[in-house]
Ligand binder design. Structure first.
Ligand SMILES: [Fe+2]
Ligand SMILES: [Fe+2]
Length: 200
């Protein structure tokens, strides 16, 4: 673990300063969230350190790595290759830095879109990334999301994904299939799902 953390840190040290600052801020948020949900704060912080290692990679390089690693590339990622930075980052850490823990791999892989299979560590990483205070202009409901995230990870992610889905639909942007699946999954396991809805 120690060696892995050092290798990830050395990658982070080469990232643009603004991205490093984001990673530091969300690491602190993950450390704060983790104990509310039975997650080890050090592992949550390691997840944050790792999550954006491929965020500064140019689109062509992301697409090239995705092909090289045999990663699935959906229509959404072909349109917006930046969506590949989680999957490509997870693969690079696994192939080059000895990341063997499946939960950390999954947390990095799915941190942009969410995924129905995310465990508590993955959910903390997903939410801490969105709770960066500098994202307030993009997510004005951020203080509410932060309160929800401290109480209930699933409710917070559902809230975020629902708002994101509406926002993207309103501006004619695509919604990643993993986001749709995650939202459907969270709706299905929450008590707020309507018993029946019209199929007209
Ligand atoms: Fe990211
Ligand atoms: Fe991030």
């Amino acid at each position: 673990m120690e060696k892995l953390a050092l290798q990830i840190q050395s990658r982070v040290n080469k990232l643009p300063p603004g991205l490093q600052a984001h990673i530091n801020r969300v690491s602190d948020i993950a450390r704060e969230l983790a104990p509310h949900h039975g997650v080890d704060p050090d592992r949550a912080a390691l997840g944050m350190l790792a999550h954006d290692v491929a965020r500064a990679m140019p689109n062509q390089e992301l697409l090239r790595h995705a092909a090289e690693f045999n990663l699935p590339v959906t229509l959404v990622e072909r349109q917006m290759p930046v969506m590949l930075h989680g999957p490509v980052g997870a693969e690079i850490l696994q192939r080059e830095d000895g990341l063997t823990e499946e939960d950390l791999y999954q947390a990095v892989y799915w941190h942009t879109t969410g995924h129905p299979s995310l465990d508590r560590l993955g959910k903390v990483v997903f939410l801490a990334d969105k709770l960066d205070p500098l994202k307030i202009s993009r997510y004005p409901y951020l203080p509410f999301l932060r309160e929800l995230a401290l109480e209930d990870l699933d409710r917070a992610i559902l809230e975020f994904l629902s708002r994101e889905t509406v926002a993207r639909a309103t501006t004619n942007e695509m919604v990643h299939p993993a986001t749709v699946e995650t939202r459907n999954h969270l709706l299905a396991i929450s008590s707020s799902t309507p018993a029946s809805t019209s199929q007209d």
